[in-house]
Design a protein around this ligand. Structure first.
Ligand code: MG
Length: 208
C-alpha cells in the first residue's frame, strides 16, 4: 500500500494529474497518467517540478517494466534527479549480486548502492531520500559537499554519501541555488506514484 504523506508534505503527484510538473523547457509535460501512476512517454523528455527545493526529504514509488530481453542500461532505465542535478538511478537491477555505480539505487557513476534492495520488474518499490544541499562560506566557496541518504524498499542503500560533483546530465552548475525534482525519460516505460517532499530546515531549530 502507498505510504501516506505527512501534513507538512508538498504533494507533487497524488495519482490524478501533472499540474505540479513541466517539461524542462517549461512546456506541458508529455508524460501520461494511468491507473493512478505517471508513466514515462518515451522521447517526451524529462519532467521537473514547478517547485524547487533545498534540504528535503523525498518519498516516491516507482515500477520498472518487464524487459526480459534487455540488459544493462537498456533495462527499465529512468532516474530521480535531486535538485535536477544528482541522479539516483532507476533501473531493473533485480537479482544482480553486486550492484555497481550504474545500477538501481546508485548515485549515477559515483556511488554503488550498499546492497541490492531491488524488487522484480512490475512491482512497486519505494525510495525515501534525505537530501542535504551543499554549504558555502561567505566567499561563496563550497565548504561541504551535497549529502544524500537513500532507503530503497526500507533498506539503507546510501548512507550520507558525499558527492564530489553533480552527476551527468545535470540541469545546470548552479549548485548553490534550489532545484526541482526531475524524473528521467530514458526511453523506457517506467512508472511513478505517490510523490511528496518535506522541505527541511537548513539548521537545527527548536521550532519548526
Ligand atoms: Mg537513469
Amino acid at each position: 500500500m502507498p505510504q501516506t504523506p505527512p501534513e507538512s508534505a508538498v504533494v507533487l503527484f497524488n495519482g490524478t494529474d501533472l499540474s505540479n510538473w513541466t517539461s524542462q523547457n517549461g512546456s506541458e509535460p508529455g508524460w501520461k497518467v494511468e491507473d493512478g501512476a505517471m508513466a514515462v512517454v518515451p522521447r517526451a523528455g524529462d519532467i521537473i517540478t514547478k517547485e524547487t527545493f533545498t534540504d528535503h526529504f523525498l518519498h516516491l514509488e516507482f515500477m520498472t517494466p518487464d524487459m526480459p530481453e534487455a540488459t544493462g542500461q537498456a533495462k527499465g532505465n529512468s532516474g530521480v534527479f535531486l535538485q535536477g542535478r544528482y541522479e539516483v538511478q532507476v533501473l531493473d537491477s533485480y537479482g544482480i549480486e553486486v550492484p555497481g555505480m550504474g545500477d538501481c539505487g546508485a548515485i549515477y557513476n559515483q556511488f554503488a548502492p550498499l546492497v541490492n534492495a531491488c524488487k522484480p520488474p512490475r512491482e512497486w518499490q519505494t525510495y525515501d531520500v534525505i537530501f542535504r544541499a551543499p554549504r558555502f562560506n561567505e566567499a561563496g566557496e563550497m565548504v561541504e559537499n551535497v549529502r544524500i541518504t537513500v532507503l530503497q524498499n526500507g533498506l539503507v542503500i546510501l548512507n550520507n554519501a558525499q558527492l564530489p560533483s553533480t552527476t551527468g546530465g545535470s540541469i545546470d552548475a548552479e549548485v548553490a541555488t534550489p532545484g526541482p525534482l526531475r524524473l528521467q525519460d530514458h526511453g523506457n516505460d517506467v512508472r511513478y506514484r505517490n510523490i511528496w517532499v518535506v522541505p527541511l530546515p537548513l539548521e537545527g531549530s527548536d521550532k519548526y
